[in-house]
Design a protein around this ligand. Structure first.
Ligand code: HEC
Ligand code: HEC
Length: 232
């Protein structure tokens, strides 16, 4: 336990020095526990059954953005989001009651379901925006997002930066607004700072551009008709 205390203290000092208004990714709790466990995808399939009701058996979510695509997301990102949702660091009242330890189990269940999700191919046809302001969106993306989410929207597992390409447009817009507006409490303060002066036009344009960046072929299913055989 001593180790956690020291690390938390060091993180707090570093955050204060960096002038951050609030901390991000302090770790601890279920997140650290799940990160140190080896996930069992077999058991993860059983855990995923309840998730499939909303995120679909394929992990593709809905193209209208009600439910995000989970397939392809970096394991560390997915673990952080699940732990944050369970710890109420990120509001998700729709999902919360289904994702509790009493429903699916503790940190091992998180590691298992994430190991399972990591095997799912992404949809080749995610929801995109109207496509009427893409030049502006591209310019904004290159100037403001590449540093963390990568030139191709690929994110970074080790840094907990989400993969954003191929994600449904309406979901991207919703997250963007909530991150910018401060409602998403687990948001990265540097991202909040980076986008604080974005207008509504900027938000829509950069989200549309982001949703249209194609994930690499090796991560996507061959066809939009692909069905997850584990749930037949
Ligand atoms: C009743 C519907 C529902 C169920 C069941 C559900 N989810 Fe979700 N999930 C959602 C919604 C809605 C969101 C997006 C919330 C938002 O807009 O912030 C979400 C978001 C997520 C995210 C964050 C995605 C991201 O890109 O940050 C993860 C990870 C996730 N769900 C995993 C799971 C897992 C694993 C399960 C099963 C244990 C599950 N969900 C069950 C509705 C559901
Ligand atoms: C300083 C790094 C950084 C910059 C710059 C940044 N982001 Fe992020 N972004 C993050 C991190 C980290 C998260 C995840 C925060 C968390 O929940 O832990 C995130 C989350 C997101 C999400 C939600 C993803 C999901 O699955 O829920 C979207 C969408 C997003 N960023 C888009 C963008 C766009 C578009 C830009 C440029 C206009 C941008 N970000 C700039 C670091 C950054």
């Amino acid at each position: 336990m001593m180790k956690f205390t020291t690390r938390a203290a060091v993180a707090a000092v570093a955050a204060a020095l960096a002038g951050s208004v609030f901390a991000w990714n302090e770790g601890g709790g279920e997140q650290d526990e799940a990160l140190h466990l080896v996930g069992d995808p077999e058991n993860g399939r059983d855990v995923y059954e309840v998730c499939a009701a909303c995120h679909l058996p394929e992990g593709w979510g809905l193209s209208d953005g009600t439910f995000p695509q989970l397939a392809g997301q970096h394991p560390k990102v997915a673990i952080k989001q699940l732990a944050d949702i369970r710890a109420l660091n990120r509001d998700n009242p729709t999902m919360y009651p289904f994702a509790l330890p009493s429903q699916i189990g503790g940190p091992q269940a998180i590691a298992d379901v994430v190991a399972y999700m990591a095997k799912l191919p992404m949809t080749p046809e995610n929801g995109v925006g109207p496509g009427d302001d893409l030049e502006h969106g591209q310019k904004l993306y290159e100037e403001n997002c590449v540093r963390c989410h990568g030139a191709n929207g690929e994110g970074d597992n080790d840094k907990f930066y989400p993969r954003v390409h191929g994600q449904h447009y309406n979901y991207v817009v919703r997250q963007f607004r909530e991150i910018k507006g401060g409602q998403r409490r687990n948001a990265n303060p540097e991202m909040v700072e980076q986008v604080k002066n974005f207008t509504e036009r900027d938000v829509l344009a950069v989200s549309d551009y982001t949703s249209r960046i194609r994930p690499p072929k090796e991560l996507t299913a061959e066809s939009a008709d692909w069905k997850n055989p584990d749930f037949e």
